[in-house]
Design a binder for this molecule. Sequence first.
Ligand code: NAI
Length: 724
Amino acid sequence: MAETIQFAVADGIATLTLDVPGRSMNVVTDQFLDDLNESVEKVVQDDGIKGAIITSAKEAFVAGADLMWLVNVYDANLPASELLEKNQKFTHALRTMETCGKPFVAALNGTALGGGLEIALACHQRIAADNPKAVFGLPEVQVGLLPGAGGTQRLPRLIGVQPALELITQGTHVPAQKAVKLGFIDQVVPADQLLDVAAAWVNDNPDAVQPWDQKGFKVPGGAGAFHPKIAQVFMGGSALVAQKTNHNYPAPIAILSCVYEGTIVPIDTGLKIESRYFTSLFQDPVYRNMTRTLFINKGAAEKGARRPKDVPPAECKKIGMLGAGMMGAGIAFVSARAGMDVVLLDSTLEAAEKGKDYSRGLMAKRLEKGRTTQEKMDQLLSRIHPTAEYADLEGCDLVIEAVFEDRDIKADVTAKAEAVLAADKVFASNTSTLPISGLAESSSRPKNFIGLHFFSPVDKMPLVEIIMGKETSDEALAHSLDYVRQIRKTPIVVNDSRGFYTSRVFGTYVNEGMALLKDGVAPALIENAGKLAGMPVGPLAVHDEVTLDLSVKVFKQTQEDLGDEYDAPSAMDVTFKMVDELGRSGKRFGKGFYDYPEGAKKHLWPGLAEHFPVADSQPDVDEVKERLLYIQAIETVRCMQEGVITTAADADIGSIFGWGFPPWTGGTLSFIDTIGLDQFIAKAEALAERHGPRFAVPELLSKMAAAGERFYPPAADAGQRDAA
Ligand code: NAI
């Protein structure tokens, strides 16, 4: 008996209603594939059935594969033959559908993504309900996979190689009307007529045959290397994919190969080719790592994985924003966008108004591009109230400060705000460097004091690093998480430390770039190695962007605070030399490791060679990549050892969304797990011997390796490893 598909027959037409129990969306699982095969077989075998409609009992048609199932499949470490078999279960059901001689119609009541759209592509007719919320696409590439149930074969055969490649390699989705225009949905009908139109189509087309199963079929627009236009598409496509992925992501290349090789042979051979590429991706940890961190764990964090369960949820209706500078203006915008009233306070009304102008500017741009309406813009702006009066903070559910990075100023605004703020409400600091417990000393309610570390630009950056001070309560954490959820950002929760988690580990990337420079490694090699490893920007360029001046300030403050205990970054002398001796403080000043000529592209400053001579012998690029990635992973383990970070999921999410650690790794700790602890340790020891104690293996890692542990036990065992 099929558990996930309801089977009914009326007037000789079978209706397969997809309805995976206990799930808000239909997702593809092992059970679902068994049920699909069984249901298709019933249609084929029953002479009383002339055709079938496939639809869904849920709001969406099918959302794609069950992500947890995908992760489990990898972790089960199955042999390739078994993976191939799993994949072919799906392919077999779909191929049987389209070749059995009876018409199949997809009645797409809602969104069909991934495997859902692949089911539809194998139907002889695709009819979508007129549902403005519904989207259609093959997003597998975003989880490091390819559409392995015929998606790479049927879509190009339907709409042509180039448009199909665009959709599949980018994983984009489109609404129904656009899908009709592109040619992979046949018609859009009013929702209440969907099943009738589908039934009529079955009745009218008893001999439906897919175009690619008809004699003389040709891929629209051509296929293969000898077709001049298509040859160009593949040349351009390969170059683009190589440039965008630096070969760190195997899926887009596999997609190009599937489409290229698969469209010059009959579809059955094409499907076999696709299955083989799919299986090879299924054996590659990149997809498991991406799926786990970017989707499963990120989704769980957003739904409150770290929220203390026994604190009742609180809605944030009004927030106070102290400081209307770059960060304050951005936080005001995202809060107003989420429907909150925002009291935007600065030293003068004029400065506060200027902060509100930031939202005006952003909304005006959106209006110009047709991404919002005048009414929505007016509403959002009406929720932001600029002021210089603390009394206006009355009634706020939360106050966030983003005034200058100065302890005395922060202490002053904290006291003034707390005088107005109700005793049970949270006060948060957006400090980027000052330890939260220290700032909380100037609070009369340190239990309600917390760090909410946003990233710039606030409207674009998805992460908020929530920092627990020594005395911060569970209530304050829960309410902060409620607020972050309301503004639709991704939270991680960390404990107090200098630089918290994200800035601290990011700092090791920047420092390693400078250490390499000191070692005589060619600056272009350093920068390219960073990007080839998958970091968004080279370490020297990113230091220019955050400004070298800021590093100097943070260094001096830390030295003042910690005195002899300060274990200063090993290459700090490079920063001092650049700033003090050479007057090159970064991008904002027009010169740093790079020159920033007006109207032209930045380029590495030729003078670097004189001050940091390039050694005669240069390391291999892989060695440079390794140094840049290992140092960040090692510092993350130190953060875990010290209890700054307490879950592997937070470490991984924070690393990718906070400072751009390469997503293909799944994050700093998934990176170690994937290499394997023993191998990672061996390499780190070798690096420590050659380059110094910053690469020394943290005790936690050695202990875990000795106990045979990993940061993520196999998914079947549990979610993830909690801190020691
Ligand atoms: P900013 O200089 O752009 O803005 C600070 C604002 O605070 C100014 O508008 C200033 O007039 C106002 N202000 C200063 N003293 C005040 C007082 N006593 N009362 C009311 N308003 C006062 O600085 P930015 O970049 O917005 O940074 C603010 C805070 O956010 C700092 O603590 C910084 O470390 C932190 N931060 C900055 C990030 C960045 O990328 N710029 C990222 C994350 C945190």
